[in-house]
Design a protein around this ligand. Structure first.
Ligand code: ATP
Ligand code: MG
Length: 571
């Protein structure tokens, strides 16, 4: 490809709405352009990256025995009604009405469509197992589309669905997919960690996410992992044991105390001279439109996804002060479980509280020295609704949990019969009995993977693509296009490289060398061949984008050197 003909534009300025590095670099280096919120055009450079990632995915999925198909993006309401997700999926589902008033949606995921298909096509256990996948644009009206390709409203996903006759078959498919995913991300040059996760709106019992760990850098997820064993989980799912803490307020008796204007846990601990861990904290949430009270030890925080699961709710959010007064009649800042007539869920951490401090739903008052089933009833529902923290003890060994940020690039779920039962998708087993299919589903964010690679690999000058997913392998830069010898030499190297299968660009633009080098770094061509002054000595310069020094290479060895470099960087 000739740079004079390449459809791209680099920008010197960082776009104002781009918060993350990948978003900034993708726009600045001419990979994407925004059409509207969360929706992007992939320019030619981007499409090449997307095709490379998709190519690796296809090879590994096929090798794992899956078959590619392509389902429609537009999905009819009826199928979503069969599973109940027409309501449950909520506002993220992009709904559409056709000219006949029939409702449908732009697919955010395809469980309903694939289950309906397999229900019609597969009748017998003899046709199982089967694993079907597609690579296609998905639509989700995300509350906060942001970070460019990391969280779009239209994005490219690989989604696969497995159908088995029994649990053992599902387990086998699940493990195959876990291995395929590890291979896919490795081949993309990305190290990932498989972490346990919450199953969310897709449902099912067991699920894992593949995370690109970004340390303290960007990444929307927190991952807790054990420093001693291989336990790792998304923070919305991580379990932990708490290190010892002082959970006894040591008050000799229970007493109502005036606490004028003292609302925060920190102020309360100071006022009473106790540890925050001897306070029972009460919070009001709105779960599926109804208020609920959640209780937790004062020094710990609620994990909303865990709370949502404990309640079996579809939707949850913290209530505002005005809302608390309005729906419960209770006084924010002085909340407590005593005499409350809404649902209460307590975290396991409250059980060990003794002689503790709690609100009693009276303004400017607290109760000190409270005890469970003495002054206050221990709530009936006790569950793990606590956010695990670094420093907590691993749930599986005596090790300590640590925390890192991560970007979820893939996700695997054991769905079981969640969809097949609701949709009456059955097969006949070897004894002639009708049984629902046992399903699994497996997603990869293709466009998000590209962005995650940039989050992971960049420097101040631009992108450091892993070789396997770079749009091109090399760029040849003639320093001065009006120098005939430089130009003809550059053309020769360019053609030699193309002939030997190296995907190469020649920067034949009549620009200052500084501009060309800056653009090459920004776009992130992994190898640069510079044809300039050293040509007088019969040499050209070969440089690796990643930490490479400039190598002077005799002209006739240039193409061979580039091929070697490319091979050495291929994973
Ligand atoms: P998240 O928790 O980030 O919203 P999810 O659990 O909703 O992700 P899945 O439904 O499992 O995601 O989708 C499969 C994969 O698709 C994810 O692992 C992720 O890589 C990708 N993905 C999901 N939502 C988006 C989005 N809005 N933009 C880009 N990629 C996405
Ligand atoms: Mg999501």
């Amino acid at each position: 490809m000739r740079m004079t003909g390449l459809f791209f534009n680099t920008l010197r300025e960082t776009p104002a709405d781009a918060e993350t590095v990948s978003h900034q670099l993708l726009v600045r280096a001419g990979y994407v352009r925004k059409l509207t919120s969360g929706i992007y055009t992939y320019l030619p450079l981007m499409l090449r990256v997307i095709k490379k990632i998709s190519g690796i995915i296809r090879e590994e999925m096929d090798a794992a025995g899956a078959q590619e198909l392509l389902m429609p993006i537009l999905q009819p309401e009826e199928l979503w009604r069969e599973t109940g997700r027409w309501e449950v999926y909520g506002k993220e589902l992009m709904r559409i009405e056709d000219r006949h008033g029939r409702m449908g949606a732009l697919g955010p995921t395809h469980e309903e469509i694939i289950t309906a298909l397999v229900r019609d096509e597969i009748k017998s256990y003899r046709q199982l197992p089967i694993n079907l996948y597609q690579i296609q644009d998905k639509f989700r009206d995300e509350i906060r589309p942001r970070f460019g390709l990391l969280r779009g409203r239209e994005f490219l996903m690989k989604d696969a669905y497995s159908f088995d006759a029994d649990e053992a078959g599902l387990e086998e498919n699940y493990q195959k997919m876990a291995r395929a995913y590890t291979n896919i991300f490795n081949r993309c040059g990305l190290e990932t960690r498989m972490v346990r996760s919450d199953s969310g709106a897709i449902g099912g019992s067991v699920s894992h996410e593949f995370m690109v760990l970004t340390g303290t850098q960007s990444g929307e997820n927190d991952v807790l992992y054990c420093d001693s064993c291989d336990y790792a989980a998304n923070s919305n799912r991580a379990e932990s044991r708490m290190p010892p803490a002082d959970t006894n307020g040591k008050f000799p008796e229970a007493k109502e105390v005036d606490t004028p204007g003292i609302k925060s846990i920190e102020d309360l601990a100071g006022f009473f001279g106790i540890e925050q861990s001897a306070i029972c904290k009460s919070l009001i949430y709105i779960a599926d439109k109804k208020p609920v009270m959640a209780l937790i030890r004062g020094d710990r925080a609620i994990e909303e996804t865990k709370l949502k699961n404990a309640l079996g709710a579809d939707d949850i959010r913290i209530a505002g002060d005005a809302e608390i007064r309005e729906c419960t009649g209770l006084e924010p800042g002085f909340l407590g479980p005593a005499g409350v007539n809404i649902k209460i869920v307590g975290d396991e951490s409250i059980k060990e509280l003794e002689n503790f401090v709690t609100g009693i739903n009276k303004a400017d008052k607290h109760l000190s020295g409270a005890g469970w089933n003495r002054e206050i009833e221990l709530p009936e529902t006790i569950a793990d609704i606590r956010l695990a923290q670094p420093g907590d003890i691993c749930p599986e060994c005596p090790g300590k949990l640590e925390i890192t940020r991560g970007i979820e690039v893939g996700n695997i779920f054991k769905l079981g019969t969640k969809y097949s039962e609701k949709m009456k998708a059955n097969f006949t087993d070897e004894n002639g009995r009708e049984k629902p299919f046992i399903m699994g589903c497996y997603g990869i964010g293709v466009s998000r993977t590209a962005a995650a690679a940039i989050e992971r690999y960049h420097d101040k000058d631009g992108i450091l693509w892993p070789m396997a997913i770079a749009p091109y392998h090399a760029v040849v830069v003639p320093v001065n296009v009006s120098d005939e010898l430089q130009m003809s030499t550059a053309e020769k190297i360019y053609n030699d490289l193309l002939d030997s299968g190296i995907e190469t660009v020649i920067d034949d633009r009549d620009e200052r060398p500084g501009v060309k080098f800056k653009d090459a770094d920004l776009i992130g061509f992994p190898i640069r061949i510079t044809v300039g002054k050293t040509l007088a000595e019969g040499m050209v310069e070969v440089k690796s984008r990643v930490g490479g020094e400039v190598l002077k290479v005799p002209l006739e060895q240039a193409a061979a050197r580039v091929r070697e470099l490319k091979e050495s960087k291929n994973v």
